[in-house]
Design a protein around this ligand. Structure first.
Ligand code: ASP
Length: 418
């Protein structure tokens, strides 16, 4: 069995082997019986078991840690302040992300001269009205919310339950003790299941690289690399700056601690499936206290998607330029607003970014079918942007925790071996 302190290293090895295997399979072709069997049957099976084992833990973990976290806060007003700060940071960082993307796009003009053939049949269902999105936050049945994995509803229920525990005297104390014990057990389960991660990561990455190949990237090089550039700028300069400015902690130390989370996000392309790892890291390695971590992390995985917003910004500029359409300053402001709002209420699962992009396109009058052009490279970008998405959640978590004095300096100062 893998030793826990070698986990990150083994995940990196799994990833490297996955990239190598996938690339080779892509070269030799996946039509042969053995390659086909691996890519279509074996890898998806192992990869899906891995993702399921992460998802398995998301609801119990969020529920229990948020209940125990809220109950420990013992103050409704503080909770309100933490909530307001968190949401404000999430919205502002997303708006910054998309502005950087649009700015770089206007500067470097990736779509100028690009031959656009948008005869694809990319289409999306109509998005629900915003009032419906808001209404959907409120649960009518906690069990249904958990069964459906509706994170916003689970969050609301857990907070209310935690508050009620605070107000219930001795009975509340007894329930809290049970919830705290259960939470420990679930956390243990997380670390046990994570031991299988190197294999899961290998399978997911090998399959993606076997299917995608590099040909598609070359054809859309300008778009692809500009999205990457904007992701890197936001993920390092903006996050680093925010951490140094608002939390007064070393960005380098933070990024080192976040490596495992980013690897998970990259290989699963799902902020949601990464929640157990993000939560564990932010709490046990970075030092954010449970009350703040258990609120900011699941909420961020659901509503905060800076990496996704970056892709949307670049995609809008790229397609507009390729079609020779000038959507003007007002159009771009509209893009910033729509993409920022659209990220609320959209689950952190693979590929949702493109669906949300369709909403943005509709708002500014670009043809939704043109999204088909960038579809081919989206999976790889999805992996990178998801890593940025989860990093953004953790950055806000640290900033809020430091501001609220809910930050454990001793944990932050400790070097964890994996
Ligand atoms: N896969 C992304 C996430 O889970 C969302 C997206 O951009 O498609 O955060």
């Amino acid at each position: 069995m893998t030793k826990p302190h070698h986990l990150t290293r083994n995940i990196i090895v799994g990833m490297a082997l996955g990239i190598a295997t996938g690339t080779i399979l892509n070269r030799v072709g996946v039509d042969g019986p053995v390659a086909g069997f691996l890519v279509n049957d074996v890898f998806p099976l192992i990869g899906s078991v891995f993702i399921r084992s992460l998802q398995l833990l998301v609801v119990p973990l969020v529920l229990l840690s948020l209940i125990t976290g809220t109950a420990a806060l013992e103050d409704v007003r503080r909770l309100g302040r933490i909530g307001a700060k968190t949401l404000a940071f999430y919205l502002v960082t997303t708006a910054i992300a998309i502005s950087i993307a649009i700015g770089l796009g206007l500067l470097l003009r990736p779509g100028a001269g690009f031959e656009l053939d948008h005869t694809s049949d990319f289409s999306v269902a109509d998005s629900p009205p915003f009032s419906q999105v808001l209404l959907n936050i409120f649960p009518s049945n906690p069990f249904a919310a958990m069964a459906e994995g509706n994170m916003l509803q689970v969050i609301v229920f857990a907070i209310l339950f935690g508050l009620a525990i605070c107000l219930s005297g001795d009975a509340g104390k007894r329930v809290l003790a049970i919830a705290a014990d259960l939470n420990e057990v679930v956390l243990k389960l997380v670390s046990l299941l994570l031991l299988a991660a190197p294999f899961g990561v290998f399978a997911l990455i090998a399959r993606t690289f076997a299917q995608e190949g590099f040909g598609a990237i070359l054809a859309l090089g300008q778009y692809f690399f500009l999205v990457l550039l904007a992701l890197v700028v936001h993920g390092t300069v903006v996050y680093g700056g925010l951490l140094a400015l608002f939390a007064r902690v070393s960005p380098l130390r933070f990024f080192k601690k976040m490596r495992k989370v980013q690897l998970f996000a990259f290989s699963t392309a799902s902020s949601n499936a990464t929640i157990p790892v993000t939560l564990e890291t932010v709490e046990k390695r970075v030092g954010v206290n449970r009350a703040v971590a258990s609120f900011t992390v699941p909420l961020g995985a659901t509503v905060n998607m800076d990496g996704t917003a970056i892709m949307q910004g670049v995609a809008t500029v790229f397609i507009a330029q390729a079609l020779g359409i000038d959507i003007g300053l007002q159009g771009y402001l509209m893009v910033i607003l729509t993409a920022t709002l659209a990220s609320i209420g959209t689950a952190g699962v693979p590929g949702v970014g493109l669906v949300m992009l369709a909403m943005v396109f509709q708002q500014v009058g670009l043809p939704v079918a043109a999204i088909g052009v960038i579809y081919g490279v989206d999976r790889l970008l999805d992996m990178v942007r998801t890593a940025v998405n989860v990093t953004g959640d953790a950055v806000t978590s640290v900033i809020v925790a430091r501001g609220e004095k809910e930050f454990d300096e001793a944990v932050w100062a400790t070097d964890h071996s994996d």
